[in-house]
Design a protein around this ligand. Structure first.
Ligand code: G6P
Ligand code: ZN
Length: 554
């Protein structure tokens, strides 16, 4: 059957601005506003020069399959030559990155709102990744945004219907052209990559020990099928080691964000002392949280530093070498301390704005092998997205090499390098105007220098709005967060989230370093109390947002 391309008239929408990681909006907007998805996808395709092959998949949330059906039609209308789609539309974000790279695709479209809740009353999202497997850089997302404000027509093939529930390849004829649609197993490519990175037999022996049990919680997100294949089928864990492992359209009502608040069920289960390691992922599988026995929390900034200090336990780094490190600016500086002691003095730790896309350039240029963010993201240059399962396997590799618990590994790390205490206060979904005013006041302090020299427990020595110059392409990204830095190196950082879908979310980050042995195992909340009080005082957050307490404390 020969299908024909149809050009459809449409009207532009305000606000289709890709945030930190793609376009994220309440699902209702995608459902109720005519052509909302079609417009955005057309604008993506208008920015893509090479339309030879796109990878498509998402995290299983509500509206996924309808969105994929639409995307297939619009890709067909725009002359895309080949589509690679996860079976039933399921692909984790790291899997998409892996598949783009492995199969030399020209890019990919990921359907996810990451850690935001899903369902008709939750969020949906669309993200474009480029041929390196990473999120599109700002130059491209700005161009997409510009086009969304001007779009008048999109091209589609309305009568094309492709079923995505069976693995296999189909060829369709569009006018005088052909398009190939390949439905692939969601896990195969990604599993193969992980096997080339880690010593699976060694991890398997650790997991076979009768006193070593793990609990992996997929929070009803995309990671369920991956966790089952990898931990149960490949590594021999008992089936009850993986929980909440069926991707549900509304994540079973859960908020699929792996932190102490939203992964409370895992935290509770860990308290039993039955498990040596606990892990949770977010909706699309790029974030991770690591817990030790009895729920010992590994702060993501520490997780990055511990992995950095133990790279020798991961075969991949022996093969590919260590080229450098990176962390996002608000991430605590624990990894910097490891890098400062690195034997090879040329190895650097780059400090980037929030958002994984900034690591991609460094990796492509061979400047970064391992990177991470305080927002529960860890990963390496094996792909160009953060990778939740990679982080769990990295921890299992370290545990398999050392006869110590998670907690002992972390505390002995602190003894050797000192500890960066870290906490983050999130004030979610606040009134946007109030938050804008608060940021304006903070920017005013930066401009007039009024905070510099102020004496609190320590003196403020630096106050700026973080600006990043990409060392590879020289591009400058400014206004990435207000930094208040004290004479002892401790930092308060304030920024607005770029991933919320409505209102504004304020994040206050506090990072304080000590190598005083008596303090190392204290509660972060106690040690950081003076800095937190200073942060609340300087920001006047309660006055501007009306919130007495944060929504989430990490
Ligand atoms: C996404 C990105 C991360 C980033 C995070 C920040 O998860 O992939 O790279 O760190 O968003 O979110 P925020 O809400 O703080 O802008
Ligand atoms: Zn995510």
């Amino acid at each position: 059957m020969v299908h024909q391309v149809v050009t459809v008239d449409t009207n532009p929408y305000e606000g289709q601005k890709p945030g930190t990681s793609g376009l994220r909006k309440p699902t209702k907007i995608f459902l109720e506003k005519p052509n909302y998805t079609a417009n955005f996808v057309q604008c993506i395709l208008d920015c893509v020069d090479d339309k030879s092959c796109l990878v498509i998949g998402g995290d299983g949330r509500y509206y996924l399959t309808q969105a994929i059906d639409l995307i297939i039609k619009i890709c067909a209308g725009n002359g895309v030559k080949r589509l690679i789609i996860g079976q039933n539309g399921i692909l984790s974000t790291p899997a998409v990155s892996c598949i783009i790279r492995k199969r030399s695709a020209s890019g990919g479209i990921i359907l996810t709102a990451s850690h935001n809740p899903g369902g008709p009353d939750g969020d949906f999202g669309i993200k474009y990744n480029t041929s390196n497997g990473g999120p599109a850089p700002e130059g491209i997302t700005d161009k997409i945004f510009k086009l969304t404000k001007e779009i008048k027509q999109f091209k589609t093939v309305p009568d094309l219907s492709i079923s995505i529930d069976k693995v296999g390849t189909q060829e369709v004829v569009i006018g005088t052209d052909k398009m190939i649609v390949e439905i692939i197993d969601s896990v195969d490519d990604y599993l193969e990559l992980l096997k080339s990175i880690f010593d699976f037999p060694k991890i398997k022996s650790l997991l076979a020990k009768p006193d070593f049990k793990i609990r992996v919680d997929s929070l009803n997100g995309v990671m369920g099928p991956y966790a089952t294949r990898i931990f149960v089928n490949e590594l021999g864990c008992s089936p009850d080691s993986v929980v909440n492992c069926i991707p549900l359209p509304d994540f079973g009502g859960k908020h699929p964000d792996p932190n102490l608040t939203y992964a409370a069920e895992l935290v509770e289960a860990m308290k039993s002392g039955d498990y040596s390691l606990g892990a949770a992922f977010d909706g699309d599988g790029d974030r991770n949280m690591i817990l030790g026995t009895k729920g010992f929390f590994v702060c993501p900034s520490d997780s990055l530093a511990v992995i950095a200090a133990n790279l020798k336990d991961i075969p991949y780094f022996a093969k590919s070498g260590v080229k450098g490190f990176a962390r996002s600016m608000p991430t605590a500086g624990a990894v910097d301390v490891v890098v400062a002691k690195w034997e090879d003095g040329d190895i650097k730790c780059h400090e980037t704005p929030t958002g994984w896309k900034f690591f991609g350039n460094l990796m492509d240029a061979g400047l970064c092998s391992l990177c991470g963010e305080e927002s529960f993201g860890t990963g390496s240059d094996h792909i160009r997205e953060k990778d939740g399962c990679w982080a769990v396997l990295a921890w299992l590799s370290i545990l398999a090499s050392r006869n110590q618990s998670v907690e002992d590994i972390v505390t002995s790390h602190w003894k050797k390098y000192g500890r960066n205490f870290f906490t983050r206060y999130d004030y979610e979904n606040c009134d946007s105007a109030g938050c804008a005013n608060m940021m304006k006041q903070l920017e005013g302090f930066v401009e007039n220098g009024s905070l510099i020299g102020k004496q609190f427990t320590h003196k403020i020595t630096q106050n700026d709005n973080f600006e990043y110059k990409d060392p590879v392409d020289g591009s400058i990204t400014s206004k990435q967060g207000i930094r208040i830095i004290f004479s002892d190196g401790s930092r308060i950082i304030v920024r607005l989230s770029g991933t919320g879908s409505q209102g504004a979310t304020v994040r206050i980050y506090v990072d304080g370093y000590t190598n005083q042995e008596s303090l190392l195992t204290q509660e972060a909340a106690i040690v950081l109390k003076p800095l937190i009080d200073i942060a609340l005082e300087i920001t006047e957050i309660e006055k501007f947002t009306g919130r007495k307490m944060p929504t989430v404390i990490t």
